[in-house]
Design a protein around this ligand. Structure first.
Ligand code: ZN
Length: 386
């Protein structure tokens, strides 16, 4: 009897983030490079631990050093000697959430935001057009439109108003984007991302997505707060974003997140671009991550925190995570890193940051592999072989 040939599985191409600086498979994780630097690291370090793209902040860079010095040397990638992808956020989230916390609602106007910079008292106008000009000047590969973030305690009327403003600002953004492309005769323009607002109201979220699609958004960001008041991920709102956007469009889970949140969102979709300060900030505080020998799960049971400053690490000569191939774990034990933190040596932050970023890129590798397996046929998502 002839042997049965195995069933042919349909090949589902991996989702990607396509930019003029190159293409990145999704999901991906972007470290925080707000001010054109991922703190304590150098671009060679970032490449070594598998980072493919970084998230910078247009507002902060426009304040210091300003767009002009960056433009003069040929854009952010030249400025910071990074040959990977640069994504720039508008900075609207930081500015608008601060103004709202301070009760400065009058600063938020139909055409944008006008406020005094708390750093030096100067007047700043944040408009959709200006934010786009900054991002083109910085030479970003992915530009994110200015949006009006819905606050977690906003009334239904305020949620509607913030969605209205976000849609209006996106239309202004699109006009400014097209103008920049024409003026610069760009053959390979950056990707344009619109941010979806609407808080916990699914109808407002849908209304926002539809308007952004119509106005030409190529990627979609999750706007507002990704967690509810109890720190629980707004899973249903993320699922709605996944279900209501064009299937090829990358989805930006802005500000997410924790390792378990990456897993939870990849159970919904594979198209995520994650960016978060958590791994780099935690590293500088001596909070490191290590995989447990367990499958990836949204409850976070697959990893543990290693507090390197704990006294017991003084006596542990094994690396932070025995299966990790980062420049820290392959060379040093916990006792040495503990010592560097204790004597406050500058290397401590760098070695800790490289380890935490490698933990995230290893997590991403597993999520990608799990997604590919899911696309090929039924399988467990991201079995952890560590
Ligand atoms: Zn490591």
């Amino acid at each position: 009897m002839p042997r049965m040939s195995p069933p042919v599985m349909p090949v589902v191409p991996a989702p990607v983030l396509a930019t003029p600086h190159g293409t990145v498979e999704l999901p991906t994780f972007l470290p925080d490079g707000t001010r054109a630097a991922v703190r304590s690291t150098d671009p060679r370090d970032l490449r070594e631990v598998g980072i493919e793209a970084v998230m910078c902040n247009a507002f902060h860079l426009a304040q210091r050093p300003g767009v002009r010095p960056v433009k003069r040397v040929g854009g952010l990638r030249r400025f910071m000697a990074w040959d990977g992808v640069v994504v720039t956020d508008s900075g609207g989230f930081q500015v608008l959430s601060l103004l709202r916390r301070q009760g400065q609602h009058s600063a938020i106007r139909p055409g944008g935001v006008v406020f005094r910079n708390p750093a030096d008292g100067t007047k700043v106008e944040l408009t959709p057009q200006r934010v786009i000009e900054w991002q083109f000047g910085l030479g970003s590969g992915v530009v994110i439109a200015l949006d009006d973030c819905t606050g977690p305690e906003d009334s239904p009327a305020e949620v509607v108003a913030s969605v209205d403003r976000t849609i209006r600002w996106f239309r202004d953004t699109r006009t400014a984007f097209d103008l920049q492309c024409r003026q610069r005769r760009l053959e390979n323009p950056p990707l344009l991302v619109g941010v979806v607002q609407g808080g916990a109201d699914p109808d407002q979220r849908k209304r926002c997505v539809e308007a952004l699609v119509e106005a030409g958004a190529q990627g979609f960001g999750f706007g507002g707060w990704p967690l509810d008041g109890n720190g629980v991920l707004e899973r249903e709102m993320f699922a709605l974003l996944s279900a209501s956007t064009p299937p090829e469009a990358p989805l930006f889970a802005l500000g997410v997140g924790k390792p378990e949140h990456l897993v939870a969102l990849c159970q919904i979709d594979r198209r995520w671009v994650f960016d978060c300060t958590i791994p780099t900030r935690d590293a500088r505080h001596g909070r490191l991550y290590a995989f447990n020998n367990a499958p990836l799960a949204a409850d976070g049971s697959f990893y543990q925190n290693v507090h390197i400053l704990d006294e017991r690490n003084h006596r542990i000569d094994e690396p932070i995570c025995p299966t990790c191939d980062c420049p820290t774990c392959t060379r040093y034990g916990r006792s040495y890193l503990h010592h560097l933190f204790r004597v406050r040596d500058g290397q401590a932050d760098r070695l800790a940051t490289l380890h935490n970023l490698r933990f995230y890129t290893r997590l991403i590798e597993q999520l990608r592999a799990g997604g590919r397996a899911l696309a090929a046929g039924p399988a467990e998502i991201g079995d952890d072989d560590t």
